[in-house]
Design a binder for this molecule. Structure first.
Ligand code: FEO
Length: 370
């Protein structure tokens, strides 16, 4: 695949990972991309590298534009290995003495990732680097989503290189938002929910900061998925909306089941929620091969642990389930939900074995409390 000119003198030289299906626990059913950008000015600059396995692809794409040895500067917006794994190989081709600009925490993290001694140049928040006609400005974005994360802003072209933020795990023929349209938004939303949700309050502060700086943004170039050129503010507005986590009349009825009893309860609760005007869907977390935990299904334990890490806010919840003997699961799930500061609207509904008419009526009553 050829490199792609995005703006005058700015090229996408990244890689497409068509086949990845599990990105450190995130299911990437359509693969992903590792976006890397080459800025050709008086000083030639590479913004971010790619995953180790794709380093040769990156070098090949750069070589179609310039001899990699002619690159003067490298920017590392983020240390995580999907962007820095290929750095050692790339620097070997570029020249290991060339400066690698990164945040101060990026410097610490990069030196703890790689034995190789590189010419790291930690930058200040707001620091600038002249490339000739273009000037880059560095913006610390701590915890979005790592302590080392930063954005790089090209003042003349009004382009914001945002590392992981505003990305999507999506591999496809499209490189830009206008080529795929609205279909990219579910991927962007899933990415936000799994990567950035815990840092939602920081996102709101960052957007305020960018607005107060009066930065004009013509394009947002993230390190994953399509680039935002038609309407970059669309994804910024979406991030604000997702970060605010305003409650909506939506519900997921999450369950696992042995012999369909909890499934019947889940379906009934979902149906009753719909009757109450709530957009509700039952969601079955089946994973039968891990079934040897005594009280809570492993899949339910898994989703609770996962949720805990993502710190969702302003959510209403209640636990339910069918049990056989002691029926501890509902109580344990309720406790977990309370600890996560969900508004628990019911102490929990448990039914022994198969739910009867009366139990299903209780499911309906439970749904009305949402
Ligand atoms: Fe795409 Fe946090 O790495």
């Amino acid at each position: 695949m050829k490199p792609l000119e995005i703006a005058k003198g700015i090229y996408w030289v990244g890689a497409i990972d068509w086949n990845i299906r599990d990105f450190h626990g995130y299911s990437t059913s359509l693969g992903t991309t590792y976006n890397s950008y080459l800025i050709v000015d008086e000083k030639i600059t590479l913004v971010d590298a790619v995953k180790k396995e794709f380093a040769d692809e990156l070098i090949e794409r750069i070589s179609q534009i310039v001899d990699p040895k002619k690159i003067d500067y490298v920017i590392s917006n983020h240390t995580e290995m999907d962007h820095s794994g290929g750095l050692a190989r790339v620097m070997h081709r570029i020249g290991e003495d060339k400066p690698v600009y990164c945040s101060k925490t990026g410097y610490k993290n990069l030196t703890k990732h790689f034995q190789q001694k590189l010419n790291y140049q930690p930058v200040e928040d707001g620091g600038q680097l002249s490339l000739g006609k273009k000037t880059l400005v560095f913006m610390e974005t701590k915890m979005l989503h790592w302590p080392d994360s930063m954005f790089t802003y090209d003042k003349e072209d009004k382009i914001l290189f945002t590392s992981d933020a505003f990305g999507q795990h999506y591999a496809g023929p499209e490189r830009f938002d206008d080529q795929i349209g609205e279909a990219i938004m579910p991927h962007a939303k899933k990415y936000f929910a799994n990567i950035l949700l815990p840092y939602a309050p920081l996102i709101l502060k960052l957007v305020q900061k960018v607005q107060s700086m009066g930065l004009a943004i013509d394009m947002i170039l993230p390190d994953h998925g399509v680039m935002w050129r038609k309407d970059p503010m669309k994804i910024v507005k979406a991030y604000v909306e997702w970060s605010e986590q305003k409650p909506k009349r939506k519900a997921l009825v999450i369950y696992d089941t042995m012999w369909h009893s909890t499934e019947i309860m889940a379906d009934t609760i979902a149906e009753a929620l719909v009757e109450e005007g709530v957009h509700a869907e039952p969601m079955h977390l089946r994973s039968w091969h891990r079934s040897d935990i005594m009280t809570v299904f492993p899949t339910v334990g898994d989703i609770l642990t996962y949720l805990k890490g993502l710190k969702p806010q302003n959510k209403v919840a209640a636990a339910f389930g069918s049990y056989g003997w002691s029926g501890e699961a509902v109580k344990l799930i309720t406790k977990e939900l309370e600890e996560m500061k969900f508004k628990v609207v019911d102490p929990g509904l448990k039914v022994q074995f198969v739910p009867d008419h009366e139990a299903l009526q209780a499911c309906r009553e439970l749904a009305k409390k949402a």
